[in-house]
Write a protein of this length. Structure first.
Length: 94
């Protein structure tokens, strides 16, 4: 197993399922793929490879697990960002 790596900030990336046809076109190393694509325009990236990351799993259930975890983590981060912003605004007005 490789060492873990940070590949993107979930606040600015969304998860997408990749079709089996696209998975084959991408020559993914495993049959079930998904993508993490930036919500920012591609021009924000010097290296276009940083705009979209493709990942693949051995099983459909593994892919679905990853997608669910990504969605839940993204929602948690967005909620945390909202709470922090509200706290900052509240303390600024007091």
């Amino acid at each position: 197993m490789k060492d873990p790596q940070v590949i993107c900030n979930l606040l600015s990336f969304d998860g997408f399922y990749v079709t089996s046809e696209a998975t084959a076109t991408l020559k993914a190393p495993r049959p079930f793929a998904f993508a993490l694509k930036s919500t920012l325009p591609q021009v924000h990236y010097e290296d276009s490879a940083e705009y979209c990351h493709y990942l693949a799993t051995k099983t459909e259930s593994d892919r679905d697990y990853w997608m669910q975890a990504i969605i839940e983590a993204r929602v948690s981060l967005q909620n945390l960002k909202i709470r922090i912003t509200q706290d900052l605004l509240s303390s600024y007005h007091n």
